[in-house]
Design a protein. Structure first.
Lengths: 253, 376
């Protein structure tokens, strides 16, 4: 589904990704771990199409298409979803209105019929229940006045409503207490599907106790330096990221 | 600047006039260099303009002016309550006297700019006096495309003790029309003057609103938006004077300028010596959507009293790139995402407008006028 090859990305003149390669198939959950500043969030943003991220080298293929040539809204309609590390507050734009506009814009792009408000609300209520989100959040402006936990759960709720094919979770666990993290994990696990892939970007292994990944990658200094199964996350937790750096040095020598 | 129009429209001495028109000098000079004939008060009102003011909820309460002159033919005042006295005097002067105990003292004043063969100008005067009770006025300015028209409306408004005047002005003009509005308002003890303004288009729109809070506990609330594109130029000056103690004002204005448009907002609050207990708030936020557009905002606070609560702030910024990306990342196309953010930005000002029909009308008026932002 997703094939990233030798990706080099520059942000504000500084090279952040330095030859990242990664392949993820439908039905798989890939965890991307790494120290601060390794380029984890850059990867999420570049896949979602944020401006200011200059791809200097490499390719990203998504379902056989060149993902990098698509506008952010086209990527979304093609099934790419980014759960933001810092969800944006948008005063004056109603949460329900926003989500319905988004869903219908995606459906229109794909040549599907738009949902009327009854159909839409039915879908929304089903998903709200899974995440234990209050109905009242729907009537508020997008993320405005939401607590940190509510914002993150709202991201997962949007993901549930939009039903993407490739979901990228950018440090969705950061700032969450253990209960909120379990809710988020439940939301993600409920969506695991043979037709859907996940990239779960995280700094800590904790989230991966609840969302058990098929593959764990370690991202350091702009590249994937190590990949393995779920046990790799535990080794990292035990030894710290310094262990990876040492192994890299040993390998180089 | 040596300009006949500056002498005509400016206030105060030469230096004051110069200062108050500093951002609109060039636009006014260009108008001064043009020859205008007296506008035709008998001009035929095109159906396209009539449609724009024929709202069901103001039926029977509508006064229509053609190039400044009252038009009995197009007006319909069959439902105007007995407690509203209106009179038309020579020189396009309207005198309104409202003692409205009833809730239904709604009036819709429509000023139409109808182009003729050559550039033309008109003047009109209104004198509005609310004695008591609650009055609702809607003042609408519109025009069709054609030869230039320059209109000037001078209003004198008095809101007596305990009375409440709620006034909405909608000014949606093509770039061939210029409009200079000057309103001087006095608000007496425990009276309230509430205004809502939407300013769209025009070659030059100058709006001077002077409000004097002359009685204790008098209150002035103002909400306004200007949304400009093309070469539109709008210059708004609010001048609030707290003369009596325990008076309050709350002013929230927003502006959007796209393409080569120019927006000016000047909000001055003066608290006179001895006017203690004043609570004054002014906020003005603006969005620039193009590198060629310009917005100048100037909040001014002058306080001569000792015990005063005052807050003011003004900003000029651009659409929030993060919000734009967030919306797009969910599948909303760029143009729609921009419109969504702009509409939210402007609508916030109208949240408290009590007449739902009017609120919807303003929203509908603003929505298609929201700049495409293609040049951002």
């Amino acid at each position: 589904m997703l094939k990233i090859e030798n990706l080099h990305v520059r942000v504000a003149g500084k090279e952040i990704l330095k030859g990242l390669s990664l392949e993820a198939n439908a039905g798989e959950v890939h965890a991307i771990m790494g120290p601060n500043g390794a380029g984890k969030s850059t990867l999420g943003h570049v896949l979602a199409g944020r401006e200011g991220y200059e791809v200097t080298q490499g390719t990203v293929e998504y379902n056989g298409r060149n993902l990098l040539e698509l506008e952010p809204e086209e990527r979304a309609a093609e099934g790419v979803f980014l759960a933001f590390q810092y969800p944006v507050e948008i005063p004056g734009v109603n949460n329900t209105y926003f989500l319905r506009a988004a869903l219908n814009a995606q459906r229109k792009y794909r040549g599907e019929g738009e949902l009327d408000s009854m159909q839409f609300l039915k879908r929304v209520r089903e998903k709200l229940a899974v995440l234990h989100l209050k109905d009242e959040l729907l009537h508020r402006a997008v993320n405005e006045g939401f607590s940190g936990g509510e914002k993150k759960r709202n991201e997962i709720f949007q993901m549930a409503v939009l039903e993407p094919k490739l979901a990228i979770l950018d440090e969705t666990d950061s700032g969450l207490d253990i209960d909120a993290m379990k809710l988020v994990a439940d939301g993600v696990n409920a969506m695991r599907d043979p037709a859907r892939a996940f990239l779960v970007i995280t700094h800590y292994q904790r989230l991966l106790d609840y969302i058990v990944p098929d593959v764990v990658h370690v991202l350091a200094d702009g590249r994937i330096v190590e990949s393995g199964d779920a046990t790799l996350a535990h080794k990292l937790e035990e030894h710290g990221y310094a262990w990876i750096a040492e192994r890299k040095l040993a390998g180089a020598a | 600047m040596n300009s006949a129009l500056l002498d005509e429209f400016g206030r105060g001495d030469a230096r004051e006039r110069e200062e108050s028109w500093r951002y609109s000098k060039a636009a006014l000079r260009a108008l001064s260099q043009q020859d205008f004939v007296a506008a035709n008060a008998q001009a035929v009102l095109p159906a396209s303009l009539r449609e724009r003011y024929t709202w069901p909820h103001t039926q029977g309460r509508r006064l229509v002016f053609v190039n400044g002159a009252f038009s009995p033919e197009h007006s319909d005042i069959s439902q105007v309550a007995a407690n509203v006295a209106l009179r038309h005097e020579a020189d396009n002067k309207l005198v309104l006297s409202i003692s409205a105990d009833a809730e239904n003292s709604l009036l819709h004043l429509v000023y139409t700019n109808v182009a003729t063969d050559s550039p033309s100008r008109w003047q009109s005067v209104s004198d509005i006096h609310v004695h008591n009770g609650r009055a609702v006025l809607i003042e609408q300015h519109l025009g069709d495309v054609g030869a230039d028209v320059l209109g000037a409306l001078t209003s004198q408004i008095r809101v007596d003790a305990q009375a409440d005047l709620q006034m909405t002005t909608l000014s949606d003009l093509p770039e061939s029309v210029s409009l200079v509005r000057r309103a001087q308002v006095s608000v007496d003890h425990a009276a309230t003057y509430r205004t809502t303004h939407a300013i769209l288009g025009s070659r030059l729109q100058r709006f001077d609103l002077g409000v004097e809070l002359i009685g204790t506990q008098a209150r002035f609330d103002s909400r306004g938006v200007f949304s400009l594109r093309g070469r539109a130029h709008a210059d708004t000056h609010l001048d609030i004077r707290h003369v009596a103690r325990d008076t309050a004002c709350d002013i929230v204005w927003r502006g959007v300028a796209d393409q080569r448009a120019r927006g000016v907002f000047h909000g001055a609050i003066t608290v006179a010596a001895g006017a203690d207990g004043v609570d004054a708030k002014l906020s003005n936020k603006n969005l620039l959507l193009s590198a060629q557009a310009e917005i100048d905002t100037q909040p001014v606070l002058e306080i001569y009293a000792d015990e005063v609560k005052a807050a003011h702030g003004a900003t000029v910024g651009q659409l929030d790139e993060r919000a734009l990306f967030y919306l797009r990342s969910r599948g909303i196309p760029l143009a729609d995402a921009k419109r969504l953010l702009l509409t939210a930005f402007c609508d916030a000002v109208f949240d408290q407008l009590p007449l739902a029909a009017l609120r919807e009308h303003i929203s509908a008026l603003l929505a298609p006028r929201m700049p495409e932002g293609a040049s951002a």
